[in-house]
Write a protein that binds this ligand. Structure first.
Ligand code: J2J
Length: 529
């Protein structure tokens, strides 16, 4: 995954310390075993108990046949079970693949098949959806359910003697597979190692001021890279702080939790920041949010107007976070002046994060000029998992990752995100690959051609519009039909288009036929078609 000379350099510089993710938890069990690590409603678990449970679960999984390096798709909501499972897998050296609770049969089936997963760990019923029905796409993978297992294996029943476990993984081993936001027909998987991820976690915890007194609220999905590592739940475990789980991110759920548990830091996407601000500003009986020190906002571009409301309304500092599951994370620092915090997306974690901003021909542009962001560094992957062909496009020959983001670097080194060159829709922080949705829609009998693009939206930043050309003699499907059709194909709800526009033909630029990529660009530039 890493060229030897590069790995040697990161080890020599002390970035990679040779630790593993399970050892991170074990260290807390050793020095703060009685301290509460995670609170989930009226359940809580200490660092000591979490470590013991994860070890016993690892042994249970081992007895079941899960071996080091085996892939296990994990789809759990914000619950303590998530920690038990991932740390069990880290102990065993098996590789979690982090699915989102919103994923349905289309995505889950693909993850299981593409990674040859030996097990699929999910929940019973969450937000009205019975996740056990996803067993239909699990193939030979063992289905393990947190909660009521139905006809499947109960997570709670898995238990064993940790003494029977083989040695844990090496620090340079693959620790897990994270999902890319993607811009291609099928999502790419991101291979992160213990060493590289822990470096970003430790540095992030420092940048975000985490200590043993920190209380971090998980409002976003727990398996997302932001929640995991920026500084996220792993940063809190590194610092020995406390994690509070919110089952949902709406203000009515979250604001009382902040007050009750004295939450000091939490992370949201821009539409949630907007929603929380409106709820607090509009409430007659103001919740007591005096414990809150930092609101992190990332995942999509935060507007200046929302940024400016954070301190006056919530009484806490804003921290902008521009990160990606592939690696690079930028933060505004806690002591940065307002100009930086309100108007930039931060600067990289590491002095060894290499930032290149280039024009369409890969020539570097000067400061204050918008260009494509390329990056390389001690925690940015050198390639997607098993995606040799795609990697030739997504990475330069010398290992820089082409982020697909258009940014401008200020002379002070801070980055401002100005747009995107990748065929992705960023719907309020949820990433949608245009091609993935198009491929599903092209199977519809009345659809001749389709282009999916993002259209500006004041609340979500972008919404999804499908431009459809009907087959000769057929009537183009209406939005309701398209929704039902894609739902029937098992696509996650957030990927289903918000709008449909029917065109007689697609605009043709230049001579003859245009590629769908050009089409998307043309439709983005001229949404009237
Ligand atoms: C504009 N665009 C942003 C921002 C991400 C921390 C925070 C976020 C993510 C994440 C993450 C943005 N302004 N502040 O993994 O650790 C867009 C960019 C980027 C893509 C990555 C983390 N913050 N983005 O969002 O892998 O387009 O990671 O390339 O989901 O989100 O998406 P993802």
């Amino acid at each position: 995954m890493w060229p030897d000379d590069v790995a040697d350099r990161y080890r020599a510089s002390g970035h990679w310390t040779g630790a593993t993710l399970f050892a991170l938890l074990e260290a807390r069990a050793a020095d703060a075993g009685d301290r509460v690590a995670v609170i989930d409603g009226d359940r809580e678990i200490t660092y000591g108990s979490l470590t013991t449970r994860a070890s016993r679960l690892a042994a249970g999984l081992y007895t079941l046949g899960v071996r080091p390096a085996d892939r296990v798709v994990v789809q759990l909501p914000n619950t303590i079970a998530f920690y038990e499972v991932i740390f069990a897998l880290f102990r065993l050296g098996a590789v979690p693949v982090f699915a989102l609770p919103a994923h349905r049969s289309s995505e889950i089936g693909y993850f299981i098949e593409h990674t040859s997963a030996v097990a699929f760990v999910t929940t019973d019923v969450h937000e009205g959806f019975d996740h056990r029905t996803l067993a239909d796409v699990a193939g030979d993978a063992e289905v393990i359910v947190a909660g009521d297992p139905g006809t499947h294996l109960a997570l709670d029943a898995l238990d064993g003697d940790p003494a029977a476990l083989p040695d844990g993984p090496a620090p340079g081993d693959l620790a897990f597979l994270q999902l890319s936001g993607g811009s291609t027909g099928l999502p790419k998987l991101i291979p992160r190692t213990h060493d590289d991820y822990l470096y970003s976690v430790r540095e992030s915890a420092g940048i975000c001021g985490l200590t043993a007194a920190s209380v971090y609220l998980v409002a976003l999905p727990i398996g997302h890279n932001f929640t995991m590592s920026s500084p996220g739940i792993l940063g809190v475990i590194h610092a020995g702080g406390r994690i509070v789980l919110a089952p949902r991110p709406d203000p009515a759920t979250v604001l009382p939790l902040i007050e009750k548990h004295g939450v000091t830091i939490t992370a949201v996407v821009p539409p949630l920041a907007h929603l929380w601000l409106d709820a607090v500003a509009g409430s007659a009986a103001k919740p007591d949010l005096s414990s809150l020190e930092v609101l992190q906002v990332g995942g999509a571009k935060l507007s200046d107007t929302v940024a400016e409301r954070v301190r006056p309304i919530l009484g806490c500092r804003l921290q902008q976070v521009f990160g990606m599951a592939e690696g690079l994370v930028n933060y505004t620092r806690l002591d940065d002046p307002d100009d930086v915090v309100l108007h930039t997306q931060g600067r990289p974690i590491s002095p060894d994060d290499e930032i290149l901003i280039v024009d369409d021909e890969d020539r570097p542009v000067s400061d204050d000029t918008v260009g494509h962001l390329l990056t390389r560094g001690p925690y940015t992957i050198r390639g997607y998992w098993n995606a040799e062909e795609h990697n030739k496009l997504a990475f330069t020959a010398d290992g820089f990752y082409r982020t697909g983001d258009l940014v401008r670097r200020r002379p002070d080194g801070y980055l401002v995100v100005e747009g995107r060159a990748k065929d992705q829709i960023n719907r309020g922080g949820e990433k949608i690959a245009a091609e993935e949705v198009e491929n599903h829609l092209l199977t519809h009998p009345a659809v001749h051609d389709v282009a999916v693009v993002g259209v500006p939206d004041p609340y979500l930043g972008e919404r999804t519009c499908a431009y459809v050309v009907a087959r000769a003699g057929a009537t183009a499907p209406k939005l309701s039909e398209i929704r039902a059709y894609l739902q029937g194909r098992g696509l996650a709800a957030f990927k289903i288009p918000d709008r449909v526009r029917v065109l007689d033909a697609f605009p043709v630029t230049g001579v003859g036929k245009v590629s769908r990529r050009e089409l998307r660009a043309a439709l983005r530039a001229n949404p009237k078609g």
